[in-house]
Design a protein around this ligand. Structure first.
Ligand code: ADP
Ligand code: MG
Length: 448
């Protein structure tokens, strides 16, 4: 610790906060914006009676890094404003006597709509729900990492936000970072293409992160560089007992092309799954969502909807939205009949019969391309592959002939469809092929 007497009268006259804000303004012009936001914005500064300058940092680990990298720089800037060498003393928030309110400048990306309050627990998700609450109560302590897996639309993302929001509520100073795997991968790519961002990346995911929630981690499959970076992030956070929560559409072992060491780490803590909700839970979810929209849903209506829409909570919500829109637009009363009219074929038995159109739509959603692109002429791999997969699935799962399929896929020749189907057949026979895994997963989705 550097102890130098501070005797500048301006400091006392104008108050420390004035001095501190000019110091910050000055620093802002000298460091990159990410560095400023991460390292300087969260600092608090106070002049003590004994003339020491107390700098409050949010966390322990932050402290040593800050001292090593910016300590000298900060003293220099303060000295310029002070006219003499300051006596800086660093403390982290928890031991600082006055517990100055810590302004969390940190982007968390948490969605307050998704909390434990709005999550309906039932048999299908009871274990995952309990584990999530456990983690929110004792982050980094009990189950690390928590790995939640389930098919689409069953509440993984909801639970992750709930964990994040709860931790944030209990510990406002905690830096909770929720990202989708895609964001993580993009950040890795950006870091690797622009070396200057390495610090920013490290700060964001390691040094200045207390809780890391990564959604849809299956997208790490096949991305080697991102896997290496994630491995490092994982080890660093785990070593500091920072909570990690991962959501995935399948069990760790079943993520294609994922390094063994990551597979095993994903299972170090607790692995929980969420199943399709049973009828009672579906009704309870519908009632909760309806109440949130100020819609009074009679029991028989909830029952009608919940008996017909089974596989996925998102579809239940969709039905509710459609019902609401119908009632508003047609000015109708909510009765069993209006529900039947509003939801029409959603309620018809066997509405799940597979059509070519539905296959194209499902495959397009899966790969995040548009139906128009699927039927269009672009030959980019990112579009051609989904198109070929859809052709293959349509051929194997419906009765449609090659010429009909050609027609449905934007008026193509039947030989084009034939060669696409053969190509995917070949890939499906190959071992360890990413496309084969996609095809299997898509068949499951279409089977639901
Ligand atoms: P996933 O990430 O597993 O695909 P989401 O978490 O996005 O699914 O859930 C889809 C929708 O269903 C969200 O709007 C979410 O709020 C809702 N949902 C899922 N499970 C529940 C539940 N148990 N209680 C309340 N809402 C739920
Ligand atoms: Mg999700």
């Amino acid at each position: 610790m550097i102890v130098v007497c501070n005797s500048d009268p301006d400091w006392r006259r104008n108050g420390m906060s004035d001095m501190w804000s000019t110091v910050l303004d000055d620093i802002r012009t000298q460091v990159r914006p990410e560095a400023f936001n991460t390292w300087f914005r969260p600092l608090n500064c106070k002049l003590e009676e004994n003339d020491n300058v107390i700098v409050t940092v949010p966390e322990d680990f932050y402290l040593s890094w800050f001292q090593d990298n910016y300590g000298g720089f900060l003293s220099d800037v303060i000295r310029e404003h002070l006219g003499s060498m300051p006596n800086l003393e660093f403390k982290h928030l928890r031991e600082a006597s006055d517990r100055a309110p810590f302004v969390n400048s940190y982007e968390t990306c948490l969605d307050n709509k998704y909390t434990f309050d709005t999550f309906v627990a039932g048999d299908s998700n009871r274990f995952a729900h309990a584990a999530a609450m456990g983690v929110a109560n004792n982050p980094g302590d009990s189950y690390n990492p928590l790995f939640i897996y389930a098919k689409v639309g069953l509440g993984k993302t909801h639970l992750m936000h709930a964990i994040g929001c709860e931790i944030q509520k209990r510990r406002p100073e905690a830096r909770v970072r929720y990202v989708t795997c895609e964001t993580f991968v993009n950040d890795v790519v950006q870091m690797l293409t622009d070396g200057r961002n390495a610090d920013g990346f490290r700060t964001m995911y390691r040094d200045s992160c207390d809780v890391l929630l990564v959604d849809d981690i299956q997208f790490l499959g096949g991305k080697e560089k991102s896997q290496i970076e994630f491995f490092n992030v994982f080890n660093a956070l785990y070593g500091m007992r920072k909570q990690i929560v991962l959501a995935c559409d399948r069990y760790p072992r079943d993520i294609p092309q994922l390094e063994q060491r990551l597979q095993s780490r994903f299972q170090w803590g607790l692995v929980v799954d969420i199943d399709q909700p049973d009828l009672e839970t579906r009704i309870a979810i519908l009632q909760t969502k309806a109440r949130a929209q100020q819609l009074d849903l009679p029991q028989d209506v909830a029952m009608l909807i919940a008996t017909h829409i089974k596989s996925n909570v998102r579809e239940l919500e969709g039905a509710l939205t459609r019902l609401r829109a119908y009632l508003e637009l047609t000015n109708s009363e909510l009765t069993m009949d209006s529900v039947r009219l509003a939801l029409g074929n959603l309620l018809v038995e066997g509405n799940n019969r597979l059509t070519v159109e539905r296959i194209i739509q499902t495959v397009a959603n899966y790969y995040s391309v548009s139906v128009k692109e699927m039927k269009g002429t672009a030959r980019k791999r990112s579009i051609a592959t989904p198109r070929h997969v859809a052709m293959y699935l349509a051929k194997t799962l419906t009765e449609a002939s090659y010429p009909t399929l050609g027609e449905r896929f934007g008026g193509r020749d039947h030989t084009t469809v034939l060669s696409a189907v053969q190509k995917i057949e070949r890939l499906c026979r190959a071992d360890q092929n990413e496309i084969a895994v996609d095809v299997e997963r898509l068949s499951e989705i279409l089977d639901e």
